[in-house]
Structure formats: C-alpha cells, structure tokens
Design a binder for this molecule. Structure first.
Ligand code: CP
Length: 312
C-alpha cells in the first residue's frame, strides 16, 4: 500500500488502513532508538521546520529527536523568536518558511485550524502538532501505538477517557482514532467540561467517573486546560481530585490488567494521583518513548519512502 498524503492534519481524514500502516512502520522504527548509534541516513538532505507557536516539551522534542535519528536537518522557530511579534501574518510566515524549500513543516498553534489553513498554501508537507482544541493527531497515533503494543490489539477494548474533554484536542483525536480502530470509547467529564457535540465523534458519555472506569482496559486521564478556559469551571483543585481524579480506589473498578495513560503534562494530585501515575500499570513514559518512533514513521512516509514532494 502506498501512502499518498501530503499532510497529516487530523485523524478523521486517515483511513483505518493508513492508521494501521503508520503504526506498523512506527513499531519498526522503535528499534533504531535502542541501538548504540541511534541514527540512520533515511532522510539525509531533507529539511524539517518545527514551527511551535505554543509551548511544548514532549511533542516538539520528540519531533526534533525523530528528525535527527533519520538524519534530517531540523530548524526550529517559535512565536517569540519570529517576526509574528512584529505583526507578520500566519500565512505570510508560512509562505516565507516554504520559500526556504523545506520538505516538512510541523506546526503547533493556539488557533484551531491553523495547520489546515497553511497546508493549502505551502508546497511542503504539513504535520499538525496540535491546534487549539481541535486536533492532536500525532498524540492519538502514538497513543494507539502504545495500546496496541501493550494489549496486542485495539478492536474490542474498552477505553475510558476522563477529564477536561471540552478543551482537549487529545480527547477529540483519540475518540476518533480509537473508535475508527474498533474500540469502545467511553468518556466522562464534569458537566462544565463536557461539550455538546462530542458523541458525534463516535463515543458514549458515562454518567459518572466510576461507571466510565468500570471494566475498562485503558483509562486515559486528561489535564485540566486552564489556559483555554475563559471562566472558572470547577470550585477547587482539591474538590476536582476528590470527585473526579484517578485514585487507587477508583482504578480498582477497571479490569485487573488495566493500563493508565496521560498525554502529559500531568497535574499530579489533581486529575491523577501520584501513586497511580507512577504505578506498574502506568504507560505514561512508554507513550513518550513511542512518540519518537511514531514521528519517525510520519517523517519517513511524508519525506522518504520514495515519495516526491509535489503539491497536491
Ligand atoms: N502531549 C503533549 O502534547 O505534550 P506537550 O504539550 O509537552 O507537547
């Protein structure tokens, strides 16, 4: 099967076959990071620009690491170090980056839809590294990779996604991705953090945090995204932790071999207790490790693998 996409912008535009192909290639890429010399020449001569308008630790550094492990040249630009602060528009910025002839532009932006807008105006492939509350496709892909690796499958698993669903691009992409791959996705959020339209993405709303966790194979906790909340949506962090946080007692409702996930950064002691985050069932650091392999696979598919970089 050929991978004929120019860009990776969201999960809903990827087919089930394409997702499986990405996960298979990512699994193969993982071995490179375990070698004494963690580098292959696959993308020698290719240029990748990381354009992160919002802060990031995991996504930015794993894209950077992935590019370097494939021998690509990497250039980073942030909002504060760019001419955006002088008033240059997003589209002009993107066109100027494209004029330097990169092969791929990875973009994180606080506005939903920003990577989609620039993808239509640049020759380079565009990868969405997270846009507003809309989508975080590479996080969902690495999460699916991590679950498939641990459980041997995705189809038929009960996935519980809990927390600030309203402001979470990770939740939106994971609901779409896991549902597409045949999992049963149940979500729970406090009423003030539950968007109206979310069931259209292919999941079921649970009535309580306990019923969401009950008999789950996977429990994924989400960060409260205070930076995206215009009003205060819950009284105190202590109450949030007591009423909705993932504590040992609640986790006992899940299957015995449950795995716990979190995209990071975590609010320890709020949405997830310290002892759960650091427990033997936590997959949180494996998610980060798999993020590098997954992003290597995407770079390979978009800029390597015999592909030309023609506009589509
Ligand atoms: N998971 C995630 O997107 O983390 P960062 O914001 O640190 O990139």
């Amino acid at each position: 099967m050929r991978f004929d996409r120019k860009d990776i912008l969201d999960i809903h535009s990827l087919s089930k076959k394409e997702i499986s192909m990405i996960l298979d290639i990512a699994q193969g890429m993982k071995e490179i990071s375990e070698r004494p010399v963690k580098k292959v020449p696959t993308l020698r001569g290719k240029t990748i620009i990381l354009f992160f308008e919002e802060p990031s630790t995991r996504t930015k550094l794993s894209f950077d690491t992935a590019a370097k492990r494939l021998s690509a040249d990497v250039i980073s630009i942030s909002k504060s170090s760019s001419s955006i602060v002088k008033g240059e528009t997003l589209i002009d910025t993107a066109k100027n980056l494209d004029a330097m002839n990169p092969d791929i532009i990875v973009m994180r932006h606080s506005s939903s839809g920003a990577p989609h807008i620039i993808s239509k105006r640049v020759r380079a492939s565009v990868i969405n590294g997270g846009d507003g509350i809309h989508a975080h496709p590479t996080q969902a892909l690495l999460d699916m990779m991590s679950v498939r690796e641990k459980k041997g499958k995705i189809k038929g698993l009960k996935i519980a996604i809990i927390g600030d669903i309203a402001h979470s691009r990770v939740a939106r992409s994971n609901i779409r991705g896991f549902s597409k791959m045949g999992a049963n996705v149940n979500i729970f959020a406090p009423e003030t953090m539950m968007p109206m339209e979310v069931e259209d993405l292919g999941c079921k709303k649970a009535l309580s945090v306990e019923s969401c966790i009950e008999k789950a194979d996977v429990v994924m906790m989400l960060r409260i995204q205070k930076e995206r909340q215009s009003n205060i949506l819950f009284p105190t962090e202590r109450e949030y932790a007591t009423l909705f946080g993932l504590i040992r007692e609640r986790l006992k409702l899940a299957k015995k071999d449950v795995i716990v996930m979190h995209p990071g950064p975590m609010n320890r002691g709020v949405e997830i207790a310290n002892d759960v985050a650091d427990s033997e069932c936590s997959l949180i650091l494996d998610q980060v490790t798999n993020g590098v392999a997954l992003r290597m696979a995407l770079f390979y598919l978009l800029a390597g693998g015999g592909k030309t970089n023609d506009k589509n």
